[in-house]
Design a protein around this ligand. Structure first.
Ligand code: PMV
Length: 324
């Protein structure tokens, strides 16, 4: 019997991952840059036990079946292959934030699971190794392994595709104010979205400019240049949604409330408030702002009738082991 517990935070992509070169291994079509979100924690315990006949997955106290369990099992198979350990496992996960609020809970989930499962199986992986492993569960999970502001180098195969820290969490006091407009589960998940990306005539143009946007975003972070960050973050988000809206079949993640908030953010910035928007595969809007601007941003967002709630997070660490 061997047991380990780990926690990890989700991350918000400033330059987004959309489309795979290799869908089996989640080798992305382009590199991406993100910020871990402190406080929105997934805590996962993995117990490998000879008395278990099959893998079990319990999420927020509820035993899972179907697709969720299948994804965890397939992931544990990677860990068993790598470690040579054959026991079945009980995986118990808790999220301290509601699922479906527009933060990719799968990123925190597979980052915490990578660390807990590899430690419980006796694998001693370094950060790059953990990031590669997490990528197999969910692409963006590889960015929740290292600390702070993170870049996932797309690479071209399993060995070369992993994420690294470009700046520690205390490098820049930014806040992500997530304006939640809809908590119902999204009907088109990112896995299908990645597969459909290539069917958009705009994906090639999006990919052609990705290296330039990555460089601009990296530099904006390193220089703490908010205006430069805002320009590239919004452009990159708009490009992703242009691709989703023009793939076949088209996917519309935005709702009227999404656009309403985007306008509010642009209006705030025009008045000198350091805030910009980015939208993932759902209708909720992540408003990235300077820590000083957080009260103004929260105040203005909460005055919009369409905003159900606002969740704020600061730059966070990478995945951590709690006990061995
Ligand atoms: O890791 P996945 O398959 O959940 O994809 C994440 C996709 C986006 O959140 C839209 C973009 C990103 O880079 O996080």
């Amino acid at each position: 019997m061997s047991i380990a517990t780990a926690y990890a935070f989700p991350n918000i992509a400033f330059i987004k991952y959309w489309g795979n070169r290799d869908p089996q291994l989640n080798i992305p079509a382009n590199g991406s840059i993100s910020m871990n979100l402190d406080g929105l924690e997934t805590r996962t315990q993995v117990l490998f036990d000879a008395s278990l006949r099959q893998d079990e997955f319990i999420l927020n106290g509820e035993r899972q079946s179907g697709e969720g369990l299948q994804r965890v099992r397939a992931f544990l198979d990677h860990v068993r292959r790598m470690s040579g350990m054959e026991l079945r496992a009980r995986v118990q996960s808790e999220n301290n934030y509601p699922t479906g609020v527009g933060v990719a809970s799968s990123a925190a989930a597979f980052a915490a699971l990578s660390l807990a499962a590899s430690a419980a199986a006796g694998l001693d992986l370094d950060k790059a190794g953990l990031s590669r492993l997490a990528r197999l569960g969910s692409g963006s999970a590889c960015r929740s392994i290292p600390d702070g502001f993170v870049e996932w180098k797309a690479g071209s195969d399993h060995e070369t595709s992993y994420a690294i820290t470009i700046a520690p969490p205390d490098h820049w006091e930014l806040t992500d104010c997530i304006a939640v407009v809809d908590t119902t589960p999204k009907n088109i998940g990112s896995s299908l979205g990645h597969r459909l990306a290539e069917s958009s005539p705009l994906q090639a143009a999006r990919l052609a400019g990705a290296d330039q946007r990555l460089a601009a975003c990296r530099q904006a972070i390193l220089e703490r240049d908010f205006e430069a960050l805002a320009q590239v973050v919004e452009l990159d988000s708009n490009l992703l949604h242009s691709v989703t809206m023009t793939c076949s079949p088209a996917i519309f993640y935005w709702q009227p409330a999404t656009l309403r908030i985007i306008h509010a953010v642009l209006d705030m910035r025009a008045r000198g408030v350091r805030a910009c928007y980015t939208v993932d595969a759902g209708p909720n809007v992540h408003v990235i702002c300077d820590r000083d601007a957080q009260p103004t941003v929260e105040g203005e967002l909460s005055s919009l009738a369409q905003v159900e709630k606002i969740i704020c997070a600061h730059p966070g660490s990478g995945a951590r082991l709690i006990d061995r």
